[in-house]
Each structure stands twice: as C-alpha cells, then as structure tokens.
Write a new protein. Sequence first.
Length: 214
Amino acid sequence: MNQKFDHLLNLVLIGEQSTGKTNIFKRLSSTGTKYDWDNTSKPTVGIDFTIDTSQIDNQNVKLIIWDMGAILRFRTILKRFYEQASGFLVVYDITDRESLEKIQKWIDEIQCNSQERPHVILIGNKCDLEEERKVSYEEGRSLAEEYGLRFFEVSAKTSENIDFVLKMFKREEVAKAKEKAKMKEKKDVRNRLLRTNYQENDDGDWSKKDLTLT
Ligand SMILES: Nc1nc2c(ncn2[C@@H]2O[C@H](COP(=O)(O)OP(=O)(O)O)[C@@H](O)[C@H]2O)c(=O)[nH]1
Ligand SMILES: [Mg+2]
C-alpha cells in the first residue's frame, strides 16, 4: 500500500551506553505495548529503526525512530544522522551521575553537526529506581534549562512518560511545520502582490507601476 504522508520525521536516540536507549526504543516502537520487560539487554552494535505512523491534527505523520549503537564511533555515519534528524532524545540514567556529566558532549555534537536547529529533548531514564537515584530531578531540569531544552524523567521499565514524550514531539513538530507553511504562504502572497503592483526597471530596481499608462 502506498500511503501518502504530510510529515516525515526522524527521531534519534543518543546518550551514553547502558542509559536505557534500546529499552526506550522498544517502548517507543509500535509494538511497545506488547513488549515484555527484559533485564538482559545487550549493548547495541548497529543501528535499529522502527516506523511509527499516526494522525496528528488531521495530518498523516510518518516517524522513523533510530536506536544508535556502537556505530556512533563511525563519524561519517554519525554526521549523516545528525544532519537528517528532526529531533533527538538525549538520554542519561538517573542512577549514573557520569551519564549526566557526559550530556554536554552529546549536545555539543548535535549543535556542531546539525544544519537546522533540531528539536532536542533531555531524558532522565530509569525513574523507577528511586532508591538508587544519583541525579535529582532538579539537576536534570536545570541542565535542560541551561541549554533551552525540554526535560522529562521516564522509565522504560514501567513505560512512565514514554508515550507522552513521543506524542508531544510529534505534536510540536507538526505545529512547527504548519507555522512554517503559513509563513511561506504569506511570503508568496506578498511577492505576488509586489509583482502585480511593481515593475522592475532597467537597473534591476522595483518601482511602482504607472497604473494610468496600463
Ligand atoms: N530499572 C530500569 N532498568 C532499565 C531501564 N531502562 C533500561 N534499563 C536497564 O539498563 C540496562 C541497559 O539498557 P539498554 O537499553 O541496553 O541501554 P543502552 O545501552 O543505552 O541501549 C539493561 O540492563 C536494562 O534492563 C529502566 O527504565 N529502568
Ligand atoms: Mg542499546
């Protein structure tokens, strides 16, 4: 079936190893609700992706979610992903302080390699492990504030906040695209009006048409 989409989005999961990216990915994928929690997940070697299709504000949205494994070491591949992504979930583990301290490295990578300003969301995963918590909610929130990012604590284990983050990402991207289309239409109308009322003279300047002569 050849379905048409109004929006194609790419969302990439990045962050230190063992922060739970692959488990978040499994929850985000369309089969997520059927996914049984598995404590034995292995380091991700390659790249995995899943396609999520949905309707947001009467628009068909196709979202491709990418789980990046050790392949992140290959900079040429990485660069292509940074360039094409509409958004990133930058993940740290609330029970692992080091994973938060390395967040800056990931955000710098996005800022250095992305062409347009992508939608970046800071994610503190494993919020079900309250007793093992090493990073407070406040610390995560203020780091996100420093970079002007949205911030959520989630749990891939219990699914807490996972659906919400995905829906919010899609809604905001669709709203952004609609706003962009509106601006473009306004600009097109302005240009059309300009062309109707003005004419280009020999010097390449625009001057008002002498309507009495036409
Ligand atoms: N308690 C708990 N453990 C998690 C959660 N997410 C991931 N894990 C565990 O953390 C380890 C690393 O997870 P994984 O998804 O492979 O991390 P990745 O290397 O970032 O892809 C695994 O043992 C998971 O079972 C979570 O939300 N809560
Ligand atoms: Mg992984």
